[in-house]
Structure formats: C-alpha cells, structure tokens
Design a protein around this ligand. Structure first.
Ligand code: 5GP
Ligand code: MG
Length: 178
C-alpha cells in the first residue's frame, strides 16, 4: 500500500499539531453552545475522530452520507443516503468535511440543513483546494490549504483504498494508469 504513495504531503505530526490549534479555536467559539458536529461520510471519519478529541466541550455528534448532488446549483437538492438522527432546529451545527474541492457537495448539504432552521451552520474542512472551486462557498475553518493534487490517506480514498494511511499522501500516477 505504502509503495503506491509518491510522497507524503502532510505528516501525522503536522496533522495533530494543526488539529490542536483548530480545537482551541472551536472550543472557544462553541464553549457554551452545545454544538452538533456533523460528519459527512465516509472520508471524514479519521479527521472527525481526531478533531473532536481536541474540542473538550459539551457537544453531540451525528453523521450523514451523501452520494452525489442532483439538479442545478440553486436547487439545494442532494441525494441523502443516510440522514441525521438528531433534530437540528435551534441548534448550532458544525459540518466537518474531509476535503473541499469544487464545493458542490458542501453547498448542497449546507442548503439542505438550513431548511431545518438550525441556530447556525458553520463548516470545518480538513483540506481545502481553493483552486478547484466552482461554486461560491468558503469554509469557516480550514486545516490545510493544498494544491490541486489528488490526495489519499487519513480517511481519503482512491477507489475505497488508502483510507487507513495515517498521513495525507499523493498517489503515484501508475496507480491511476494501470
Ligand atoms: P466537491 O463537491 O467539493 O467537489 O467534492 C468533495 C469530495 O470529492 C470530497 O468529499 C471527496 O470525496 C472528493 N475529493 C475531492 N478531492 C479529493 C482528493 O484529492 N482526494 C480524494 N480522495 N477525494 C477527493
Ligand atoms: Mg467526501
């Protein structure tokens, strides 16, 4: 598995250091708000599990699974494979994402959740590829801004592989081309 990786982009140590910083900011903002951290499956699971352990405040967690977006950019239609279990009306929602790329998935997810009258909705993305954005959306908190490279590891997959690598790496071309 490791021999499919061209190079490590973000090491385990760098990830934990950054998550500790983000955790302090998030804890300060949400201290008395009892937020719901919402993870968008599956890529987020590793980041999610590490991130929430850096936020020592009262909170709840929940997950959604969204297969792909449907319709035009303004309809807010997403294909929800697994919806939230909790009612978010009046609650402070913090969406955690693995990577913000074109922005389509997240834009539709935010639009959907806002129809349920939450007190607030903010976005935390582990990785951000601003060069790839096609819709108008920005994250409130960003772990790492990365260049336009396809990365795997730390929850991110290529064809469902590599999610268990503890770091973020760039795949060798030969993996795509075979
Ligand atoms: P968006 O709707 O922002 O284009 O899509 C974001 C989704 O595309 C992510 O949640 C992830 O599933 C996938 N994605 C985008 N860039 C990468 C990448 O570099 N590596 C991997 N493994 N998935 C990516
Ligand atoms: Mg994803």
């Amino acid at each position: 598995m490791e021999n499919c990786i061209e190079r490590v982009l973000i090491s385990e140590e760098e990830i934990q250091k950054r998550l500790a910083e983000l955790g302090k900011e998030l804890a300060a903002e949400y201290q008395d708000k009892n937020p719901i951290f919402v993870g968008v499956l599956k890529g987020v699971v590793v980041f999610f599990a590490d991130m929430i352990r850096h936020i020592p405040i009262d909170c709840q967690i929940d997950f959604m699974s969204i297969s792909s977006y449907l319709g035009t950019q303004t309809t807010g239609v997403v294909n929800v494979k697994k919806d939230l279990d909790v009612d978010i009306s009046g609650r402070h929602v913090v969406i955690l994402e693995d990577v913000l790329d074109s922005g389509n998935t997240l834009k539709h997810t935010v639009a959907l959740l806002k129809t349920r009258n939450p007190a607030s909705v903010k976005i935390v993305t582990f990785l951000d590829k601003p060069a790839r954005r096609v819709v108008d959306i920005t994250a409130d908190y960003v772990g790492f801004e990365i260049p336009d490279e396809f990365v795997v590891g730390y929850g991110l997959d290529y064809d469902e592989r590599f999610r268990n690598l503890p770091y973020v790496g760039i795949l060798k071309r030969s993996v795509y081309e075979k």
